[in-house]
Design a protein around this ligand. Sequence first.
Ligand SMILES: C[S@@+](CC[C@H](N)C(=O)[O-])C[C@H]1O[C@@H](n2cnc3c(N)ncnc32)[C@H](O)[C@@H]1O
Length: 273
Amino acid sequence: MTSENAPPGVDINRASIARVYDYLLGGKDNFAVDRQAAQMALKITPDGLEAGRACRAFLRRSVRHLAAEAGIRQFLDLGSGLPTQGNVHEIAHEVDPDARVVYVDNDPMALAHGRALLADARTTTVVGADVREPEEILDHPEVRRMIDFDQPVGLLLMAILHHLHDHEEPGAVTRRLTAALPSGSYLAISHFHDPGDAHPDISQKVRGVEKIFNETLGTGRWRTHQEILAFFGDLELLPPGLVPVAEWRPDGDEDAGQTDTYHTVVGGVARKT
Ligand SMILES: C[S@@+](CC[C@H](N)C(=O)[O-])C[C@H]1O[C@@H](n2cnc3c(N)ncnc32)[C@H](O)[C@@H]1O
């Protein structure tokens, strides 16, 4: 993209995680500053592209599971990102064309492109809001229009909680959101993972990428297994639990090869009883 076709509010001189992620997924909605930030991280973990693909594949499998097996018909996708292949509503609509999806993001480019490509007024909508303000999301008129909080909801926190600093209390944010959902709802999370002493060499690389992310994007926190597990609170994790995203109910399309990033993104899906 060039500065001429940047939507209003987009700062092309500062990298944005929505656009860096788009670049890693092979998209075109990114600028030189985003590609530069991504390349710096890829120097440390050259298989970073695989991590992006594995994350999206986990999102597809978990949404398919929630729609097809768990009967979920309404999804709240927070930190939804730029439109890509296999968006949440496309997966849900394969199961039920009436399934409803609310996409929420705070990136101007994700919102502009999302509104153009994802919103259809009847079943999908795009809301500009900040995940750090859960009340604002829960009370938003568009969210209230689309989501019936008396019926089970699929809450998706995919690759978003690691963009909240500790002092922004991602645990409290997640608890507030899940508290608003009725029993029978589900929470799906994918998150950057620091494998620590189990893989010290990978842990060291992760620290290097974390530094680059914070210098270029201002966020990025690779948490431990226990820290990420705590986000699920007292919800019941479905088998196989919180695992490397490639291991969450693989459907045969996945390349199960264990690269460095295999260990650095984990995911899980849990049910509110
Ligand atoms: C790495 S992308 C993940 C996209 C998608 N959820 C996925 O898993 O493929 C993270 C997204 O979260 C958004 N984001 C980051 N911080 C946010 C915040 N505080 N509130 C809302 N969205 C946020 C970014 O703009 C970006 O689109």
